[in-house]
Ligand binder design. Sequence first.
Ligand SMILES: Nc1ncnc2c1ncn2[C@@H]1O[C@H](COP(=O)(O)OP(=O)(O)O)[C@@H](O)[C@H]1O
Ligand SMILES: [Mg+2]
Length: 307
Amino acid sequence: MTELMIEATDVDKKFGDVVALDGVSVTARKGSVLGLLGHNGAGKTTLVNILTTMLPPTGGSAKVAGFDVVRQSHDVRSRIGLTGQFAAVDEQLSGHDNLVLIARLLGAGRAQAHRRANDLLEQFDLTEAAKRNAKTYSGGMRRRLDLAASLVGNPEVLFLDEPTTGLDPASRLAMWEIVEKLVADGTTVLLTTQYLDEADRLADSITVLSHGKVVASGTSAELKAQVGQRTVTVTLDSASEVDAALRAINGVGLHPVADGLTLTTPVNASRDLATVVRALDDNGLEAHEIGLKEPTLDDVYLTLAAN
Ligand SMILES: Nc1ncnc2c1ncn2[C@@H]1O[C@H](COP(=O)(O)OP(=O)(O)O)[C@@H](O)[C@H]1O
Ligand SMILES: [Mg+2]
């Protein structure tokens, strides 16, 4: 049996009249990455806050590492790490002192706390900046320090709330590699993101939230299959060929739509590409350009979440 490290069942959260979460259920197996994908205001941070015991749900229930987030919040807290909008880092302290402080708060002895801090600084490429105040750090360094701070206690479950929002491409890639390494070492991760490529790259399963509701969930491939539509696009050389090409493709049972010189035809199988080419050929038409477009996570997101 696979061990569920995150299990939320029908979670509701209301703030007065605002329904932030409406019957949300998610699960994550041990050592996997659950991606929570949604636009601003979808309810991502609210769900993270509930799972990390910072907010009580108004309905439903949730377990993290096997413990109930309301009734066993202390057990949950000792097994999780959180990196998000309200990270624990003190800007007036150096990176090193921040990590030592957190280790001491978690009960480590002086020598042990220094060792843990130095290990993490090394692991996150912050050794050179270790003695500088955190407020002098760049965005990427600051984000790495936040993540290091959340790892001091060796959490079993790590919550990353939009870990790469606002980062430059190189820092983003560095963060992705760090997350992949943590997961390879057995950490379970819940990651929220507005970025499709991030969910696609990091998440084993993805839940799409829109206005507090789950609108889709599955692996990246499943989501693409669920709503994604393959299309064959044909671009012609001249406007005079468009009508004939539409008729030709219709003639083989497909349904193209024209936009300027480009015809887009939804298809089911990649062999339909050949069908389209043959239909054109049989009618003495030649495409300037022809291609098969696989659905992207963008298509999923636009179809399901943008309303
Ligand atoms: N403390 C709060 N009081 C009132 N409304 C809130 C509060 N926190 C979040 N909300 C509302 O709940 C919804 C979900 O917010 P949030 O979870 O922050 O979304 P996300 O993290 O996906 O951007 C939004 O409409 C937001 O305005
Ligand atoms: Mg948020």
